[in-house]
Design a protein around this ligand. Sequence first.
Ligand code: 5GP
Length: 174
Amino acid sequence: MTEGIETIFTAEQIRARVNELGAEISRDYQKRSLVLLCILKGSFVFAADLARAIELPLRIEFMGVSSYGEDTKSSGVVQITQDVSTPLAGEDVLIVEDIVDTGLTLHYLLQQIQTRGPASVRICSLLHKPAREMKKVAIDYLGFTIEDRFVIGYGLDWAQKYRNLPFIGEVTNP
Ligand code: 5GP
């Protein structure tokens, strides 16, 4: 299953970085309770690990967003396919994303979430690909910056597959 895939970040490297992010977030929010807003599908693995690295009372919510279809190029069209189960008004919301690429998805999501009256909104993304940025979004907590390559694994898919790889890699031999 991992033939033709070049490892970019090993499971150990990811674990270490996620633990650092969890410690930073725990320090910054100072015992306040938090809503972790996991953006489906790509960030479900990251959010599960990050949640366990944060030592704060927290609630987990999920939002489904689709921007890519089955292709590897952004269509620029963002659609909310699933919404949160309880209101975000008055809450400290931490958006958990797998990767910020063009920034279009997060730019749209941020606007949507702001209209719901949260106490605060911050962004935590595992990966950032600055080379392809079209909309600037400030990432408060960032795992790794990567070059312009299409990565898979640790929640990230290629045509819905490879999300279950424990590491992050690039398909070198499709
Ligand atoms: P953006 O709107 O910032 O261009 O794209 C955000 C979404 O596109 C991510 O949440 C992710 O689902 C998808 N995406 C962007 N780059 C990659 C990539 O390198 N690999 C995978 N698997 N998905 C990506």
